[in-house]
Design a protein around this ligand. Structure first.
Ligand code: UDP
Length: 239
């Protein structure tokens, strides 16, 4: 499926993994620049873009909990990881000539603005790419849920979920050669079939607010702009 129409405002969910490039950890400069260029071009075509960035390239709460850290503390570290990515993205987007503003759900005013809905909307209306870091600001959530939350409160027309594969499959396509790609799905199907592209909390929030989710691969240059033009290949999750 492709995206249905031109969007006024979208939330782009970018996992931390998308920023590692050929490495396995941290940030890759060339990858960061490629994605920043895509985001800048997308905003340049007139869609308001709020990016919700993950942190898995640095740290995930469940990993930390596996090493004996309290889960809530491990999640705090995970949320800090997303802020690192947010700060890097902000600079990379501005280097592409597009104003950007990193916001954090957790107040750290010496580093960036604290997320407030009203200021996020103002930045968007003034043409800045808004980067929402810190997830929901609470442990036991993911940045996917953060993306659904921001999409709901910012009244986004869709969530563009950038992943490593070109959509939602019946099974993991990297392990199962018979895995088939869905062109279209409903939120209900995605939850009931436990397809694992996003966590259930994220899907449920998107379903409740009737927000379509387009799942696509970030591997190609210009993938986000293509998705916004309705040209990208992916899976569309609709109510
Ligand atoms: N996290 C959290 N609350 C949130 C969002 C994220 O506690 O609302 C923590 C959680 O530990 C998570 C980590 O931040 O593992 C990084 O986020 P996520 O795993 O969603 O990143 P991604 O997989 O998208 O890179």
């Amino acid at each position: 499926a492709t995206t249905p129409k031109r969007f006024k405002r979208v939330v782009v969910k970018l996992s931390g993994e998308a920023l590692t490039g050929p490495g396995t950890h941290g940030l890759d400069g060339a990858t960061l620049a490629r994605i920043a260029k895509d985001l800048a071009a997308s905003a340049g075509e007139g869609t308001e873009i709020a990016v919700v960035v993950g942190g898995g390239n640095f740290f995930r709460g469940v990993q930390g909990a596996g090493k004996g850290l309290e889960r809530a503390r491990a999640d705090a570290i995970g949320m800090l990881a997303t802020v690192m990515n947010g700060l890097a993205l902000e600079q990379a987007i501005e280097a592409e000539g597009r104003p950007a503003r990193a916001l954090s759900a957790i107040a750290m005013p010496t580093l960036c603005e604290t997320y407030m809905r009203a200021s996020a909307l103002r930045h968007l209306s003034e043409g800045r790419v808004v980067i929402c870091s810190g997830g929901t600001g609470n442990p036991f959530f993911t940045t996917d849920t953060g993306a659904a939350l921001r999409a709901a409160e910012l009244e986004a027309d869709a969530i563009l979920k950038a992943t490593q594969v070109d959509g939602v499959y019946t099974a993991d396509p990297k392990r199962d050669p018979d895995a088939k790609r869905y062109d279209r799905l409903t939120h209900d199907e995605a939850i009931v079939k436990n397809l694992g592209v996003m966590d259930t909390a994220a899907f449920a929030l998107a379903r409740e607010n009737r927000i379509p989710i387009f799942v696509f691969s970030i591997a190609e240059e210009g993938a986000i702009a293509a998705a916004l033009r309705g040209e990208g290949r992916g899976t569309l999750v609709v109510p």
